[in-house]
Design a protein around this ligand. Structure first.
Ligand SMILES: NC(=O)C1=CN([C@@H]2O[C@H](COP(=O)(O)OP(=O)(O)OC[C@H]3O[C@@H](n4cnc5c(N)ncnc54)[C@H](O)[C@@H]3O)[C@@H](O)[C@H]2O)[C@@H](O)CC1
Ligand SMILES: Nc1ncnc2c1ncn2[C@@H]1O[C@H](COP(=O)(O)OP(=O)(O)O)[C@@H](O)[C@H]1O
Ligand SMILES: [K+]
Length: 499
């Protein structure tokens, strides 16, 4: 799914109006109907008054149409119209169509607006037409909503929310945002979830030809993209067909990281797996993952040297390795001689940052930093937008795929594209879930998926498995990394659409 900026969305609206063709008023009706459908799903009970706060632009026009549509479904509605000098034609037409039974209050000063916690508040004040930070009356209204509303549902975007740049002033903090056709880039960045709340996208039938041809570096991966890339297992397959992966992982006290990665790698379908680990990790590994072979380092407690890496289909390094000097030197050697593209995670990334070795990363590798590791690699970012630019730069610089982990993990490729992932949940903010991801990506890379495919598929399946685990038997609180691996089977089935 493409992520377009506010200007492109305006152009998509205009193109649709001209070429479908459809009257702009009818398009507004379609958008409002789509919003109403989602709203009714979220709030099927009609026991609370719905207070709709409208500006006089097209976002306010949507608000008026939504008022009429909800009123027709027997919701109790009241409207506040924030009076300003101008109004759009479609706003005016929807005002004419508004049933007389709906109470409408004209608000000139912010102090006249009363927001009640007992009501459901719909924010239709400003949408994607925002062209400067909120100030004066609009700012006071946003503050009044934030202070007193309990459930605020934003039409398209919360008032004051900036789609494509940091939101620098006050904005409405919505409980839900029901957005039209496209997720907005800002929805995917961590500092903005306080404004959007939970967001969802309502399809409004903007012209497919426009969407097809419009260029953007940003997309959100959908189930159908995954299905296209996943390859079925061959009937006459032999384990050698699915590669021999190597995982360089573990240190004394951190054998668990190696175990989690190894299990996830095998559960993802690698033909063979060898884990290179310090001696003190071996028993734990062999006991917990008997399917994996172990290759012992000469050191007992930490890794100090490389195993034989010839004929390996994927080499992952990092989970639980620590940063001992010998381990640092081992990483230096690996970057120098690596015969196959690498998957670099955790302390391998920390070592690269400490030793200033970004230039040495072999082309075609996959890096999987979380926010902290990313900061160590490329320094502080002012905000999520600048961080995205740094992500794209790092990918181009290293000619590698970079997975910036978090909610909506972002996967950058050297050609400048960024693919966001929508599966996963906050239960995954738990020890070892990153180690599991490394295993999954390694398993895919080992089966000869490209670096980009492995990252996109891996992150998707990782999140999907966590979602299934949470839905079936865990809560966000109780989810642990092993649950993710245990549910990879169901994730594959769902992704392949067998169930
Ligand atoms: N045909 C279309 O273009 C469609 C538009 N739709 C709706 O229209 C919205 C966009 O409508 P508009 O472009 O009319 O804009 P808005 O309704 O978002 O804003 C109205 C006007 O407010 C002014 N404004 C901007 N920033 C301000 C600020 N900080 N303080 C005070 N005033 C400010 C601007 O002059 C802007 O044109 C979308 O978010 C969506 O809800 C939908 O109905 C779908 C179809
Ligand atoms: N709130 C969240 N929503 C979705 N996914 C999340 C969330 N928090 C963490 N994750 C995912 O969980 C994993 C955590 O990885 P990481 O921070 O490296 O954990 P660890 O170091 O403990 O293994 C990443 O894949 C990340 O995308
Ligand atoms: K709004």
């Amino acid at each position: 799914m493409k992520i377009l900026n506010a200007k492109q969305i305006r152009e998509a609206d205009a193109f649709t109006i001209k070429n479908e063709p459809i009257a702009s008023l009818a398009l507004m009706e379609r958008a409002s109907t789509a919003f109403t459908r989602e709203f009714v799903r979220l709030f099927p009970k009609k026991d609370r008054t719905v207070h709709i706060i409208c500006g006089q632009g097209n976002n306010g026009g949507d608000g008026l149409a939504v008022a009429r549509l909800l009123f027709a479904q027997a919701y109790r509605i009241r409207l506040s119209q924030i009076i300003s000098e101008n109004s759009t034609d479609d706003f005016n037409k929807n005002l004419e169509r508004l049933p007389k039974e709906i109470p409408l209050e004209k608000i000139r000063f912010a102090t006249e607006l009363k927001v009640s916690p007992e009501e459901i508040t719909i924010d239709a004040l400003l949408g994607s037409g925002l062209n400067r930070p909120l100030e004066g009356r609009y700012l006071e209204i946003a503050e009044e909503i934030n202070e007193n509303a309990t459930d605020t549902i934003a039409i398209d975007v919360p008032t004051g929310f900036c789609c494509d740049a940091p939101t620098e002033s006050v904005a409405v903090k919505a409980t839900y945002t029901i957005s039209f056709q496209f997720p907005k880039l800002g929805f995917l960045l961590p500092e903005n979830s306080k404004f959007t709340g939970k967001w969802l996208v309502a399809e409004i039938g903007l012209h497919p030809e426009f969407i097809e041809k419009e260029k953007t570096p940003y997309t959100l991966t959908e189930a159908k993209d995954i299905r296209k890339v996943l390859r079925p297992r061959e009937h006459f397959a032999y384990k050698g067909d699915y590669g021999h992966a190597t995982l360089i992982a573990g240190a004394f006290g951190k054998a668990g990281a190696a175990v989690l990665s190894a299990k996830a790698c095998l559960r993802t379908g690698a033909g063979l797996l060898t884990v290179r680990c310090p001696e003190k990790c071996v028993d734990t590994l062999q006991f917990s993952v008997p399917e994996a072979m172990c290759d012992l380092d000469s050191e007992k407690e930490f890794l100090s040297s490389l195993p034989d890496l010839s004929k390996k289909s994927a080499i992952a390094v990092g989970p639980g390795i620590g940063t001992a000097l010998d381990t640092q030197n081992m990483i230096g050697e690996l970057l120098r001689i690596s015969p196959a593209p690498l998957i670099l995670d955790a302390d391998a990334l920390n070592i690269i940052a400490m030793r200033d070795w970004i230039d040495k990363i072999p082309e075609g590798s996959i890096l999987t930093p979380h926010l902290g590791e990313f900061r160590r690699l490329v320094g502080e970012s002012r905000d999520g937008f600048q961080r995205l630019e740094k992500l794209r730069e790092l990918s181009a610089w290293t000619k590698s795929v970079i997975v910036l982990k978090g909610a909506f993990s972002a996967i950058a490729t050297p050609d400048g594209r960024v693919r966001f992932n929508g599966t996963g949940n906050p239960g995954m903010a738990t020890a070892g879930s990153g180690d599991t991801l490394t295993g999954i990506i390694t398993g895919l890379r080992s089966q000869n998926y490209s670096a980009e495919e492995s990252a996109v598929l891996g992150v998707y399946l990782h999140g999907l498995a966590a979602d299934i685990a949470t839905e079936r038997k865990q809560s966000y609180e109780s989810l642990i990394a092993s649950d993710i691996t245990e549910h990879l089977g169901l994730a594959f089935q769902k992704a392949q659409h067998l169930r």
